[in-house]
Design a binder for this molecule. Structure first.
Ligand SMILES: Cc1cc2nc3c(=O)[nH]c(=O)nc-3n(C[C@H](O)[C@H](O)[C@H](O)COP(=O)(O)OP(=O)(O)OC[C@H]3O[C@@H](n4cnc5c(N)ncnc54)[C@H](O)[C@@H]3O)c2cc1C
Length: 381
């Protein structure tokens, strides 16, 4: 048996997710990419097998199995379908503000529905004029009795239209910079809130990415997460924990591409032998596998830090390093996988073409990799 970083119980759950991914999701991956349709059948599969529960504590209807296993699940699914991996990552991303800063009443009201997958979650920070610079956001919330009135828009929001519950960051004090931001839960169907457009994209085509429009949308004050002005702090705490989800997605894509390229290289022959036996191709494959394993090391280290209760202030750098390395690996390794397949790598019929397109977004969302490098540099002692 090869050495394993997971316990027997964790291995059992990984095996379940791996089997579902290989047998039920992999055969759908090309179709999901081509149809550009959100795969509700995959959501149903996750619901049936309790997979969303991996991201939640037992007291809120989850399995309480911890961070490592939740990242392993995203990795396993992303090996075969990055869009389906993203559904898991964003269920976590959209729930984290509630988990980290919600009141007991809010947690009881919302988390069980997210843990079962009855409701899909979204996280809305970005605006047309504020991506990396989130303090420049312009969407506002004005208090009116026991409600807030939201006006403005959010851009590039994953799960727009399919989500039932959106964590939205807005300015309660428009002049207040970072300290003027507050977080709210906004439910789909709230009057004055709609999805005004969906974006066609390079990759992760089955995932919706859309614009949220708020025109006098009234949200109960009971849906504000944390005190007024705490939104930026909450958004950053969320990202420290959610970026590794993107890292896991990137790692999964990279490992999936490596595995496919290896299998191909062992059967494709040129000059009288399998291309895997040509030293230049063998070296490429060895580098791809090594980069995946190094990325996994950083990612699983982050997961252990969370599961073993490392101080929150230590998570920022570890999270940024895992996101940076796993997702740069995804881009580099999938590009190499296309090269290993030669002309076939460039053709839609072969999955590495999709994997290379899917990999690109992992270097961009939840903080671009330039921003990750900035963060890491600030935490170097
Ligand atoms: C498919 C998709 C899904 C997304 N999902 C979500 C979501 O669910 N929720 C959400 O809130 N957002 C989401 N986003 C938004 C995403 O997080 C932002 O696009 C990203 O953070 C970058 O912001 P920007 O596009 O405004 O780029 P900009 O901030 O304008 O950056 C442009 C370039 O400048 C660089 N740059 C910017 N500032 C600096 C700096 N200080 N130093 C060095 N370089 C810098 C960036 O790295 C980048 O290369 C999604 C985006 C896409 C495309």
């Amino acid at each position: 048996m090869p050495w394993e970083p997971l316990s027997d119980e964790q291995l059992e759950i990984r095996e379940l997710v791996r089997t579902i991914a290989r047998e039920r999701i992999a055969p759908r991956a090309a179709e999901i990419d081509e149809s550009h349709e959100f795969p509700w059948d995959v959501v149903e599969l996750y619901r049936e097998h309790g997979i969303f529960g991996l991201f939640f504590d037992e007291e809120h209807g989850g399995l309480g199995t911890g961070t490592l296993l939740s990242l392993v699940a995203i990795e396993e699914v992303s090996k075969v379908c990055a869009t389906s991996g993203l559904i898991l990552a964003v269920q976590d991303l959209g729930s984290l503000a509630l988990k980290l800063a919600g009141t007991e009443e809010q947690k009881a009201r919302f988390l069980p529905r997210l843990a079962s997958g009855e409701v899909v979650a979204a996280y809305a920070l970005t605006e047309a004029g504020s991506g990396s610079d989130s303090a420049a956001m312009r969407t506002t919330a004005k208090r009116d009795g026991d409600e807030y009135v939201l006006d403005g828009s959010k851009r590039f929001i994953t799960n727009a239209e399919v989500a039932g519950l959106y964590t939205v960051f807005v300015k309660t004090d428009p002049e207040g910079g970072h300290a003027g931001i507050s977080a709210f839960v906004v439910e789909a169907g709230t009057p004055g809130f709609e999805v005004s457009r969906l974006e066609p994209k390079m990759g992760i085509s089955g995932s919706t990415t859309g614009e949220l429009l708020f025109e006098g949308a009234r949200v109960p004050a009971a849906n504000r997460i944390g005190p007024e002005g705490d939104g930026f702090h909450i958004a950053m705490r969320v990202l420290d924990r959610s970026r590794p989800g993107v890292a896991a997605q990137g790692l999964g894509i990279a490992q999936g591409a490596t595995d496919y390229a290896l299998e191909y290289a062992r059967t494709r022959e040129t000059m009288g032998k399998p291309i895997a036996e040509h030293q230049l191709i063998a070296a490429k494959l060895a580098d791809m596998e090594t980069r995946c394993e190094a990325a996994r090391g950083l990612l699983y280290r982050f997961a252990r830090m969370v599961d073993e209760g490392a101080p929150e202030k230590e998570l920022t750098k570890a999270s940024a390093m895992a996101k940076l390395f796993c997702t740069d690996t995804a881009m580099d390794v999938t590009t190499e996988a296309v090269q290993v397949l030669g002309g076939y790598g460039y053709i839609r019929e072969y999955p590495v073409e999709r994997m290379m397109r899917d990999a690109k977004i992992t270097q961009i969302y939840e903080g671009t990799n330039e921003i990750q490098r900035l963060v890491i540099s600030r935490y170097m002692s």
